[in-house]
Ligand binder design. Sequence first.
Ligand code: GLY
Length: 354
Amino acid sequence: MPAKGAPRVSNDPSDVLVVGGGVIGLSIAWRAAQQGLSVTVVDASMAGRASHAAAGMLAPITETKPTEEALLRLGLEGQRLWPDFAAELTAASGMEIGYRTQGTLAVALDNDDKADLDRLAKILAGFGIDADALTSRETRQLEPMLSPDVRSGLLVPSDHSVEPRLLTEALRVAAQRAGATIEQRELTSLAATKPSTTVLAAGCWSRALARTVGIDLDVRPVKGQVLRLHDAGGRFLTRTVRGVVNGSSIYLVPRGDGEVVLGATQEELGHDTTVTAGGVWELLRDARALLPGVTELTFVEAISGLRPMTRDNTPIIKRAAEDLIVATGHGRNGVLLAPLTAERVVAELIGVTA
Ligand code: GLY
């Protein structure tokens, strides 16, 4: 039941109601409005929304475990859409989105990490994907701030990044310019919505909303704590660097304006969005093992985001009822998969509304 006094939608005249104003919901709204559909987005701007905390890696190769082949294939399909999506969005919104194509450097600190990178290189060769195995010296020539303890590296030129906060703003503008309406409010039930079709793209909050119409979704929040640092000199990193330290995977993503995003923890604590001293400490401790100079950067922000994860780490993009399409559960890959998700959902919408 909706909370007493909570706003509800009734007799909504739109063809499509998109529930969720993150990168997934807004990408769907933009693409659907471009197709001439009448679109309303309901955006609750929840604390902990994944799009606000995300580092923005467009990195199916270095972000996916080699054993997750279905997810890797999906990520590669999503990655192929990004160059055109970025160019079209920049033109449609008149805004920059911080799209960077300098590649990603995965580094190994010990023999086990090196064996993992060698295994990944072999798998990539099987997919026909370009990746350069580098010695310690070559790795540090590319990124001179790396620790001398780095044993080897794997440069993946096709793993890119984007700035999710700029992306979200650009999508809002593009969606509105294409004719979508964006309403800032929280929806607590889908039961009273009256558009032709509702698209549920509310990240980890999708489960509770789906339950209001009797549908059970396998999606749960997984907290990621992230730090935003600033590199005043602008020379700390050229490309995304990532590695495994003390068993935890960490990454540092540089932006054009000197920002460096350091992430992320992976915590199963329900909807908790607390930033903890321990989380911040672990991130800095592990990052310092890769890049000792990280502690010289200016501290800007520590934030938590709630990844909408599914049991098998693949998203749920499907028609769940005659008037309900679900697009959630993108886990660690929401930004990467936003264009592909929008394409699939809009194909489904057009099939219905044409
Ligand atoms: N995609 C990065 C993360 O989920 O931490």
